[in-house]
Write a protein that binds this ligand. Structure first.
Ligand SMILES: *Cc1c(COP(=O)(O)O)cnc(C)c1O
Length: 279
């Protein structure tokens, strides 16, 4: 099923599951559209805090599934804004628990081009355990954010039910042609993603050498970094014409954290210099 970006698919999922008492569960801090889609559609949202090192809190997640029996459990793989690729064993147990109570799991792979693993392999290896699991991807982080194409894969019967709430002409021929063009040149985008992954490794090394700066491991094209003073770093970098994202107020676990986008070697050098001067 195609969406006008995966944001539209997230909205349509909330609509498709909107029966009295329905709720959505996701780990927090996480992607902002999960709670927003719930709020706009009138569903309850229950965020379950990650651990201090941004791993899934398995016991708390299982407890939330048992308590709320959510219609949808979102797992961003890897997570935004932390960049974490969560433990596969924990995810398998959450998928089983969510299936046992009759809910859906959405594996949101927006950052898949930069990640070491995809859940699609797990789903293919055990299809009978994944009938209630959807894998979501997008061309946005792939390199074409303006094109607005997201897609969702899963059991044909399940997709057919969700497709009932899709507006009939949600994908224009221009979006569709752009997506086909991108697929025909997939090697160019794969090379671009490989460059970003190599730059990400260099950037982490350089950041770890700055005093008081702590980069977290990332499987995305962004890095979550703890700095001594997030406001000072953001303002100082902005004054030096480098715009980053100050996520420090998003969630208590993100205190003094900023999110940096991995760019070209030149852009990264400029960003590092601006950060160092702003500490
Ligand atoms: C960016 C992002 C999306 C949505 O991307 P679209 O541009 O709407 O396709 C979905 N999930 C996560 C985790 C994202 O970071």
């Amino acid at each position: 099923m195609l969406g006008n970006g995966s944001d539209e698919l997230i909205s349509l999922l909330a609509m498709a599951c909107d029966i009295p008492g329905a709720s959505i569960v996701a780990p927090v801090p996480g992607f902002v559209m999960y709670p927003m889609s719930a709020q706009l559609q009138g569903l309850a949202f229950h965020g379950v805090p990650l651990t201090a090192d941004f791993a899934l809190d398995e016991a708390a997640m299982l407890a939330a599934i048992a308590q709320h029996k959510p219609a949808i459990l979102y797992l961003a793989y890897p997570n935004n804004p932390t960049g974490t690729l969560w433990d596969a064993g924990v995810i398998e147990r959450l998928i089983a628990a969510q299936g046992a109570q009759g809910g859906l799991v959405v594996m949101d792979e927006a950052y898949q081009p930069f990640a070491a693993r995809s859940w699609i392999e797990n789903a293919r290896a055990a299809p009978e355990k994944h009938r209630h699991v959807l894998v979501m991807r997008t061309l946005s982080k792939f390199g074409l954010a303006g094109v607005r194409i997201g897609y969702m894969l899963g059991d044909a019967g399940l997709i057919a039910e969700i497709d009932k709430v899709r507006p009939p002409y949600n994908i224009s021929v221009l979006n569709a042609e752009c997506a086909l063009f991108a697929i025909e040149h997939a090697d160019v985008f794969a090379a671009q993603a490989a460059d970003i992954r190599a730059e990400r490794a260099r950037l982490i090394d350089a950041l770890a050498r700055l005093p008081g700066v702590m980069p977290f491991p990332s499987e995305g094209n962004m890095l979550l970094v703890r700095v001594p003073d997030a406001v000072k770093a953001f303002d100082g970098m902005k004054a030096r014409r480098v715009l980053i994202k100050n996520v420090s107020k998003m969630h208590p676990l993100l205190a003094n954290c900023v999110r940096l986008t991995v760019g070209t070697a030149d852009e990264n050098a400029q960003m590092l210099a601006a950060l160092e001067a702003s500490l």
